[in-house]
Design a protein around this ligand. Sequence first.
Ligand code: NDP
Length: 479
Amino acid sequence: MIIQNFINGQFVDPLQNKWLDNFCPADGEIYGKIPDSDHEDVEVAYIAAKSAFQTWSRTTVEDRSKILIKLADLIEDNLERLAEAESEDNGKPVKLAKTVDIPRAAENFRFFAHAITQFSSESHETIGQDAINYTLRQPIGVVGCISPWNLPLYLFTWKIAPAIAAGNCVIAKPSEITPLTSFMLGELCNEAGLPHGVLNIVHGIGQNVGHAIVVHPDIKAISFTGGTQTGAKIAIAAAPHFKKLSLELGGKNPNIIFADCDYENMLSTTIRSSFSNQGQICLCGSRIFIEQSLYNQFKSDFVAQIRRLKVGHPNDENTDIGALVSKDHLEKVLDYVKIAVDEGGKVLCGGEQIILKGFDDGYYMSPTVIEVKSDDCRANREEIFGPVVTIMPFTSEQEVLDIANKVDYGLSATIWTNNLNRTMRLTHAIHSGIVWVNTWMLRDLRTPFGGVKQSGLGREGGLEVLRFFTEPKNVCIKY
Ligand code: NDP
């Protein structure tokens, strides 16, 4: 499988004809080549995007919306083949790609096709001055979208859809580890009638292609999802250009369980919030705090159920936990288990690499629960981003709030309780961009999405992201 760049509606090789290997996490085999592009490819993409912007920014909202809806339909029509590709590229169970990743990619286009029709300008009559003020919301121009490997098409389209709905043209870079579905998206864009140059996809390494997008003087805004350290590098590189930045970064999210919760619902949801997508979701609740009186029961039930999860080949419909995304990532996650043990943690289940018969070189690992004595350890403070959670008891609401807020991250938090007053106190006091109460990852695309502290800058989703992808201009007319 040869993946090519998608520039000006054409599939093209990288100008320097350099290529990278693409690995299949399920068996560790190389199964394709992807462009190792550089700043020259970004420049060609920029010229195409700049030219397309003249027309696209003046295309009616209704016409843009129709194309995005067509694209959403085409993604749904191709669900099976996109899901299989996503699973092959990323290692996630194919059933997850079919039910979560690809439907959501379609929904991203459908949602923003509608949202843009409801995005209006404001006007104010300035009484006493015989003037009217109004605010135009104009597309920015050419913008950059850079996305990670964990939810490849899902997060790629989460950025692209609002950017183009708002009338911008895009240069996008998916993670070099998972380029396949974004490559397939190019062909669907042409089929949907998206004018050439509106979306350009340049593949390659972050430090080359990603950096070239970030420092390009005429790419005016960058929407980035990825790790906190990369986000910091991007912020530094973009600062001299005064670009608009939206940074969706890492998390170390608390899952706080009170004894008065709805136990069965909490237990099954906590298994999902711990290990969905092999724990490689920025929203996973990787620090679990349980009220002391419930601790022993939770520990025993949780571990028993996790032992029953099936680690298997992503194509097997019975697989709960597929392969991790790469060999390097697997090694990083296994190292964290060692670090946790060295710091006094006790592995209650998992903690090991798994060799699957017939797929001996795949990147599999058992779901892991580590009991920690104190929150003051690296496993509880640093993002592991794999199938590893820590558990720890707490005795009071204030104690757990302090611990929850002590980390550098603030993306999401989950609270399990049926006490309304406690819910109100905690949801106000917790340092986090998103708080779920008695649920997890229940998403409504109208809501603002993003984190505080080192989890990011700005919000995506709903009208927030349409504000990000437009430049407000105040016009004042005296009459
Ligand atoms: P990275 O930060 O390594 O990479 C993200 C993207 O940025 C990739 O496309 C990468 O390219 C690119 N990149 C790397 N370096 C640069 C650079 N200097 N300039 C521009 N672009 C660059 O993250 P991962 O792909 O490893 O994804 C995992 C991380 O993403 C986790 O920390 C996770 O928490 C976070 N995440 C956050 C979410 C949120 O909404 N807050 C959602 C999902 C994930 P390449 O692949 O070639 O390195």
